[in-house]
Each structure stands twice: as structure tokens, then as C-alpha cells.
Ligand binder design. Structure first.
Ligand SMILES: Cc1ncc(COP(=O)(O)O)c(C=O)c1O
Length: 384
């Protein structure tokens, strides 16, 4: 391990403050490090590996595509891309799709489309939002620390207080091109937007003619116990962004739009070399098929409830839906999230912290109750 750490210091840009472990392989919800030690993973590569590590059907389908055709660019037609778009229409309710390689790129595309179709410039995002690290997505991301060094970013952008209808109504105006929200904020520590707030956004949309973008990069593909978190609220966005769990760990993102938006988009207004290549699309199709076949949306809801209950037994107050949960630390553990994550890692349990006081759990959607019990025992020993 020491050698790998040394190599990183010598050759890699240190954007990430990593945990001291070198992972080599995975199976189901379990990861194995370079010494063969096993860990129960409640992070799934930050909400990505939805069908679990080394899923045989996933491997078979992606390998089949790998042998046939990996990439030809968007200059030509390929079947997996259009099969995926057809599948997404069924599970998202949106009409047309374009693919990218990450969440932040999907957000870039969504912001561009919003400006194009409305002819307006201003974006409204929420306080504590996270939409990515490229210049457009960063401009609608809340944290000063992420944005400040890179200003000037795109403007105008206004941040609205979370779930504050009055503040929203003050900020939404005739100049607004789009309101972008995560239905459940992930990076800020798992906070749900409430239904009344969403209702107020859609009412203003009628009056002012902006578009509503739901950023479902983290909440999509079964994570919250629904295919998409929008289903908890009963409102249909004009544009939706997706990524993370979309191809179970193969880099993949996408934008979905309603017909009336698609009609206003013109040739060559957006693009990507790799976006939607046959390999990534086959991984996404395999992911969706496994989620369907193994009822993983229902599993996320059921096992998520169980995980919540077990966390409550440990006297935490978990937030979130399905297998997207966050909880804060208290008492003698206040602001000790980093230490707790490190201690759990030593004991073979992988958690994630979103701040010094908040733990986030976004495990593979195949998580079983027995695995929750395993995690419970480790957590109990750490918080004793
Ligand atoms: C809601 C949301 N949008 C966008 C992104 C950016 O995605 P990526 O890291 O794939 O660029 C993230 C990443 O955490 C996210 O949670």
C-alpha cells in the first residue's frame, strides 16, 4: 500500500483527500483491498454501482458489446444508443434523450438547452445545491469554496433559500431561464425538497415561462425507492439530468427532455465525442434490465426503510428516502465524521461523510437486510 500512496504523491494531482485503502476487486456489496481484506460497501462509488460489483449478467452484456463495438462517435447510428433512449422514455416519462459521460456534463447540456429554448439567461438554484464542477454546473453549485477560485462564472445565477417559497417568489422573474433543483440534495448531506416548494416552482413556471430542471444525477435509477425521485413529488420536469447509477459504474450521463423542448433544439447546438457510445449504452441497458428483473427499486425502498430503522435504534435521526440516507452526529461524536468513517473502514465498513458532522449512505441497490445487520453491528461497536 505504501508504494501506491507514494506513487500518488509523485504522479497524481491531489484534488481528493483519500482514505488509506487500495481496492482491488468487488463482489455484490463487498469490496476487497490489495491485502484481501473485505469491506461492506455502503457508498457504491458515490451512488453509482447500483447492481453491485461483478454482477454476472452485467459483465456478460458489457463484455458482449466490448467484443462487438466500443465506440464510433455520434457521426453514425448505433443500436444500443437508441435502444437505451427508448427504454428511458418508458421509465422517465420524458420524450427525448442525449447522452454524456458524467453528471456535470449532463447539467451543462441542460443549462444550455434551457437558455436556448427560453431565450432567457438567468438561472435559479438552491442554497446547498451541488450540480458539478465544470464552469456551468459550478455556477449553479452553492459552495463558495468550490466556486470562488474560478470566478467569473456564468451569470446571472441566484441562489434561493432551501424550501423557502417566499424567497423563491422574490427571485423568480421574467428573466429566469431555468430553475434547477436536486429533488433530494445529495452532496449537502441528504435533504429533501418539500412538496409545497416544488408546487410553488411549478405555479411560477406557468406564469413566467421558465423551464424546470430536475437534477437526478444522484437520485435516479431506483436510488430513492422510485425509478426517479420526481415520482415522490408528482411533478414532471421539463428537463432531467441523470448519471451515476445509470450504467452501474461505467461513465455515463444523460439529459432527458419533454417533446416541446426537443422541438426547439437545433442541429449542432450541443455534442459529445464519447457521449452515448455503444459500450456505455450497453452498460446502461444492462443496468436497467437488472434493476427491473431483480426488483431493485422495490428493494431500495424496503431495505432502505430497514436501514433507517436500524440507524434509529442506534439513536440517529436519518433523513432521506430508499437507499439514499444521511444522518448527523451528536454529543461526543459531534463533528467527528471523518474519524468515524476511518474507524469503520478499519472494521470493514465503508461509509461516506459529506461534512465533518454528516454521514451519507448510498449503497448498491442489491443490499440485503443481513448486510444491514452486519453494518449495524460495526456501527454499534464504533458508537459505544
Ligand atoms: C446532483 C448531482 N449533480 C451533478 C453531479 C456531478 O456529477 P459528476 O461527478 O458525474 O460530474 C453530482 C455529483 O455528485 C450530483 O450529485
Amino acid at each position: 500500500m505504501e508504494e501506491i500512496f507514494k506513487k500518488e504523491k509523485e504522479f497524481y494531482i491531489p484534488f481528493f483527500n483519500r482514505l488509506p485503502v487500495v481496492f482491488e476487486r468487488g463482489e455484490g456489496c463487498w469490496l476487497f483491498d490489495c491485502n484481501g481484506k473485505k469491506y461492506l460497501d455502503l457508498v457504491a462509488g458515490i451512488a453509482c454501482v447500483s447492481v453491485g460489483y461483478s454482477h454476472p449478467e452485467f459483465i456478460a452484456k458489457v463484455t458482449e458489446q466490448l467484443k462487438k463495438l466500443v465506440h464510433v462517435s455520434n457521426l453514425y447510428y448505433t443500436t444500443p444508443q437508441l435502444d437505451l433512449a427508448e427504454k428511458l422514455k418508458k421509465i422517465t416519462g420524458l420524450s427525448k434523450f442525449f447522452f454524456s459521460n458524467s453528471g456535470t456534463e449532463a447539467v451543462e447540456g441542460a443549462l444550455k438547452i434551457a437558455r436556448k429554448v427560453t431565450g432567457k439567461k438567468k438561472f435559479i438554484a438552491l442554497e446547498n445545491s451541488f450540480h458539478g464542477r465544470t464552469m456551468g454546473a459550478l455556477s449553479v453549485t452553492w459552495k463558495e469554496k468550490f466556486r470562488k477560485p474560478f470566478e467569473p462564472l456564468i451569470s446571472p445565477v441566484e441562489f434561493c433559500k432551501f424550501n423557502d417559497i417566499q424567497d423563491f417568489e422574490k427571485k423568480a422573474d421574467e428573466e429566469t431561464a431555468a430553475v434547477i433543483i436536486e429533488p433530494i440534495q445529495g452532496e449537502s448531506g441528504v435533504y429533501e425538497v418539500n412538496k409545497d416548494f416544488i408546487k410553488a416552482i411549478f405555479e411560477k413556471r406557468e406564469e413566467l415561462g421558465f423551464v424546470v430542471i430536475f437534477d437526478e444525477v444522484q437520485t435516479g435509477f431506483g436510488r430513492t425507492g422510485r425509478w426517479f425521485a420526481k415520482e415522490h413529488f408528482g411533478y414532471e420536469p421539463d428537463i432531467m439530468t441523470m448519471a451515476k447509477a445509470m450504467a452501474s459504474g461505467i461513465p455515463m450521463g444523460g439529459i432527458g427532455v419533454k417533446d416541446e423542448i426537443a422541438e426547439k433544439i437545433e442541429f449542432s447546438e450541443h455534442g459529445s465525442t464519447f457521449g452515448g457510445n455503444p459500450l456505455a449504452c450497453s452498460a446502461s441497458i444492462a443496468t436497467i434490465e437488472i434493476i427491473e428483473k431483480e426488483n431493485l427499486v422495490e428493494n431500495a425502498e424496503k431495505v432502505g426503510e430497514y436501514l433507517k430503522k436500524r440507524l434509529e435504534e442506534l439513536e440517529f435521526d436519518p433523513r432521506g428516502k430508499g437507499l439514499m440516507l444521511g444522518f448527523d452526529l451528536d454529543g461526543k461524536y459531534k463533528n467527528k465524521a471523518v474519524e468515524i468513517v476511518k474507524e469503520c473502514l478499519k472494521k470493514g465498513l465503508i461509509l461516506n461523510y459529506t461534512s465533518e458532522n454528516t454521514i451519507r449512505l448510498v449503497p448498491p441497490l442489491i443490499l440485503k437486510k443481513e448486510e444491514v445487520d452486519y453494518a449495524y453491528e460495526i456501527l454499534k461497536s464504533v458508537f459505544s
